[in-house]
Ligand binder design. Structure first.
Ligand SMILES: CC(C)(COP(=O)(O)OP(=O)(O)OC[C@H]1O[C@@H](n2cnc3c(N)ncnc32)[C@H](O)[C@@H]1OP(=O)(O)O)[C@@H](O)C(=O)NCCC(=O)NCCS
Length: 427
């Protein structure tokens, strides 16, 4: 029995917003629900035929850690749909898409929703270990005196809250410091990084202005009063110029660095989701697929080296599995964690040395056509809600492929832990 082709029917995302702004009162779950509801409506999906829901989230909400399952409730989906949540860092929504794809290919599901959400406005704030222990002991104490005594050894420093760092647990380096290291070791100039950031904003502005992205972005009515409506990404800076970018101070190495707030992806809130179906089922229901999942691959590097080089390995692995070349790709979506990471991975793909040393190949993977990459903006301008970005990239890639009447599209994501993800869509 041949496995069914997996069709991407549609996708939808919330407008992405700088953390602490329009969605500051909302949770990742609120955002996920808003875009799942909208996708179900836009695709006129009969919710009773959904077999599975898989969502990605990187910093889980302590009170609703299984985002996938919680999304089922309150979105018009029947409560009998099993659902789970995955975490492959910034490639979490991609991993959710893979989970549904595998379920469809193996015949265990025919229709599934996959995506992810993140709220960096709503990260769990932890107590210090000592304070947490005192609170647990106090809750068990049998008298007021005993309860008070549990706090006797608490000092002011134990009251300092512990927020999750966007850092690599194994090395302690933040993502930004890692990008800085890559910029230095790969000789990525400040000009090159700022150019990537500039194009990210310019391309997003053009894509929003001509309405190209409208079908993939929903509105979010913001509780509690529902008077504010988020309609558009609020991180886009239409006034960005190369000169303004060049004037920004480096953030992660203030003295010798080149990575700035302008050429980094910002801390973001948002959600995104896609609808996947077995091809036969889609056609029987009268859906016209946007694209099909052709192949995907994951790879990883040692975080102690260059942390965000995963795509440099995952992309060739994915191309090889598909039996395709980089030059076959009509469109490329490369997640922009940092401009330095994009430039470093492009450099690797175009390098014979990388091919020989890391891939055991004699020739470079191929030239990256700058006219085909991140043509509708990238994570620097759009924003990067960790758990959601993979689904944004997938929808954008499929829709741009359709717009260009192309055949193959490639996406890649770098992720914490030195991981990389790549997927090829085809039409
Ligand atoms: C880089 C980072 C620290 C910047 O955070 P921030 O200081 O809150 O950023 P801001 O948006 O306030 O920008 C800082 C300044 O740069 C300016 N700026 C940012 N982007 C700009 C642009 N494109 N053009 C002109 N100015 C810009 C802002 O206006 C601001 O100026 P001000 O200080 O005069 O107000 C933060 O975005 C970050 O940590 N990013 C990395 C996230 C990460 O690690 N992700 C994981 C990826 S794998």
């Amino acid at each position: 029995m041949t496995s069914p082709r997996v069709a991407l029917i549609g996708g939808c995302r919330t407008p992405f917003a700088k953390a602490g702004t329009v969605y500051r009162q909302l949770t990742a779950l609120d955002l996920a629900k808003a875009c799942v509801r909208e996708l179900v409506e836009r695709t006129e999906l009969d919710a009773s035929i959904v077999d599975t829901v898989v969502m990605g989230q990187v910093i889980p909400s302590v009170k609703a850690p299984n985002l996938g399952r919680e999304v089922v409730f309150g979105t018009g989906l029947p409560p009998g749909i099993p659902a789970h949540t995955v975490n492959r860092a910034c490639a979490s929504a991609n991993e959710a898409i893979v989970a549904v794809t595998l379920a469809i290919q193996s015949g265990r599901a025919q229709v599934g929703l996959a995506g992810g959400a993140e709220s960096l406005s709503d990260v769990p704030i932890l107590h210090s270990k000592k304070m947490a222990q005192a609170l647990v002991e106090a809750s068990r104490a049998r008298s007021l005196g005993a309860r008070i005594r549990t706090f006797a050894s608490i000092r002011p420093r134990d009251l300092v809250p512990d927020t999750p760092a966007i850092a690599e647990p194994s090395t302690g380096l933040t993502m930004g410091q890692s990008a800085e290291k890559m910029a230095k070791e790969n000789s990525i100039s400040r000009e090159e990084q700022d150019r990537i950031a500039y194009l990210s904003h310019r391309n997003l502005a053009a894509a929003l202005d001509d309405g190209r992205l409208a079908p993939e972005i929903c509105r979010v009515w913001v509780p509690p009063d529902y008077q504010t409506v988020a309609t558009v990404d609020n991180l886009l800076r239409r006034d960005t110029t190369l000169e303004a970018l060049a004037a920004l101070p480096p953030v992660f190495d203030k003295r010798y660095g080149t990575v700035t707030a302008g050429n980094s992806s910002p801390l973001t809130d948002g959600a995104a989701v896609v609808l996947l179906m077995a091809e036969d089922r889609a056609r029987a229901l009268g859906y016209t697929p946007l694209a099909f999942v052709r192949e995907w691959a994951t790879a990883a590097v040692d975080p102690g080296g260059q942390l965000l080089m995963g795509p440099g390995l995952a992309i060739p692995k994915c191309l090889d599995r598909a039996g395709l070349k980089l030059s076959d790709m009509d469109v490329i979506e490369m997640h922009e964690a940092f401009a330095a990471q994009v430039a470093s991975n492009i450099q690797a793909l175009e390098s014979e040395t990388w091919a020989k040393e890391k891939l055991g190949k004699t020739a470079a993977v191929g030239k990256v056509d700058r006219e085909r990459i991140n043509v509708n903006g990238g994570s620097i301008a759009v924003g990067h809600p960790f758990g959601a970005t993979g689904a944004r990239l997938t929808t954008s890639l499929a829709r741009e492929l359709q717009r260009r009447n192309g055949k193959y599209g490639l996406l890649s994501v770098c992720a914490q832990g030195g991981m990389g993800f790549a997927m090829i869509l085809e039409r």
